[in-house]
Design a protein around this ligand. Structure first.
Ligand SMILES: Cc1ncc(COP(=O)(O)O)c(C=O)c1O
Length: 382
């Protein structure tokens, strides 16, 4: 028998801790789920309307239409503007597939725009150049721009909105990762004429399955969203235009009502974890940029380092997960070759894609765990 007790084995560190959050909210979740089982209105039940009102309240007004997923929300927003063949929609390539895929799905051309070195969001100066190039080429009509609030940080809506207006383009915000973030005193949902978010379980406000929502200040636009998510049918059931099945399930709405109550606290927990990472890592690796007046929802905490592989290997040796978002920028995916200008066409996107690494980030992450992870990063990056 050894005369000293074995060192305690640290608990596994999840990349995103959904079960931990569910444990904290379990009683209220069970009660809400039970109520839906009792009334049985599984499609567009009362919780859907209740959630839409609560979300509008949370963002400070406007209209909210919930959807089956974030991707459905983007599709519906594009369909509502009548965007289709012959139209160019400007998007970043440093994002999840869905952003450009939705544009291509309605028959429009996703035109890729480079990102800003520090914020990782769409670079307004590059947008201006790409719009001019599309006008010169004359193949597509510049119709819309869709910045993405990557990793939870709102894009530069002031600059992009001004350019969109002067170019006669509609601005849609892919806020799948940023629900809860702010610019000045305005919340995501009120930063663009149309905003789409996702309630994918790993998102800052996550359901127990797929879900999403559209935000707009325009009541007519919201009516169109509601009609399109129900096959384009009016109140009598006549199909007025081609739509889709794009509704949020009542059960997911019930779950999201509980999660939304806890959301301000969850966001504060994410911010505390991000600040602890910042303190421990600043000067060792590039920590996320915090533009003046912006807050992030911290969907992901992403650092930049030339020693990414060494950091990832050191974390993996301690069984700590880390991930590269995104391994391959969208302009390098086969599905987008029709409008991509290929390797070398988005230098900042491609450069950052070699150095970016996302560390565990979720509402259950405590300071001691952040410090443990950061210690390993520091040692490997030094
Ligand atoms: C930037 C971005 N856009 C769109 C989506 C699509 O959302 P969903 O998975 O809910 O369809 C996601 C997330 O998954 C995303 O991260």
């Amino acid at each position: 028998m050894p005369d000293t007790a074995p060192a305690p084995v640290p608990a596994p560190i999840p990349f995103v801790d959904i079960p931990g959050q569910v444990r904290r909210l379990r009683e209220r979740l069970d009660e809400r789920i039970r109520r839906v089982m009792d009334h049985g209105q599984f499609i567009l039940g009362p919780e859907v309307r209740e959630l839409e009102a609560a979300l509008a309240d949370y963002v400070g007004g406007g209209q909210v239409v919930t959807t089956g997923s974030g991707h459905d929300a983007i599709l519906l927003a594009l369909m509502a503007e009548g965007i289709g063949p012959g139209d160019a929609v400007f998007v970043p390539a440093f994002t999840f597939v869905s952003t450009a895929e939705a544009v291509a799905s309605v028959g429009a051309a996703p035109i890729f725009v480079d990102i800003d070195e520090r914020s990782f969001t769409m670079d307004p100066a590059d947008l201006e150049r790409r719009v001019a190039a599309v006008r010169r080429a004359g193949l597509y009509k510049p119709r819309a721009v869709m910045p993405v609030d990557i990793f939870g940080l709102p894009a530069d809506y002031a600059a992009i909105g001004a350019l969109a207006e002067s170019e006669g383009m509609f601005m849609l915000s892919d806020a799948a990762q940023s629900f809860g973030a702010t610019v000045g005193n305005r919340r995501v949902g009120r930063l663009a004429p149309a905003t789409m978010t996702s309630f994918f379980p790993a998102k800052p406000l996550g359901a127990a399955g797929d879900g999403g929502a559209l935000f707009t200040d325009d009541a007519d636009r919201a009516d169109t969203y509601r009609r399109l998510r129900m096959h384009g049918q009016d109140a009598r059931g006549e199909c007025l235009e081609i739509g889709m099945t794009g509704r949020l399930d009542t059960l997911q709405a019930a779950i999201l009502l509980v999660k939304l109550e806890a959301f301000p606290d969850d966001l504060a927990r994410r911010e505390a974890a991000a600040s602890a990472y910042d303190r421990a890592l600043a000067g060792v690796v590039a920590v996320p940029h915090r533009p003046a007046g912006h807050t992030s929802a911290w969907a992901l905490y992403t650092i930049l380092s030339d020693r990414r592989s060494a950091i990832q290997a050191a974390l993996a040796a301690e069984k700590i997960p880390s991930r590269v978002y995104y391994e391959q920028a969208l302009h390098l995916h086969a599905a987008f070759k029709a409008t991509s200008e290929g390797p070398g066409s988005l230098p900042v996107t491609e450069r950052l894609g070699q150095r970016n690494l996302s560390l565990p980030m979720h509402s259950e992450l405590d300071q001691a765990t952040v410090e443990r992870i950061a210690g390993i990063v520091r040692a490997a990056a030094g």
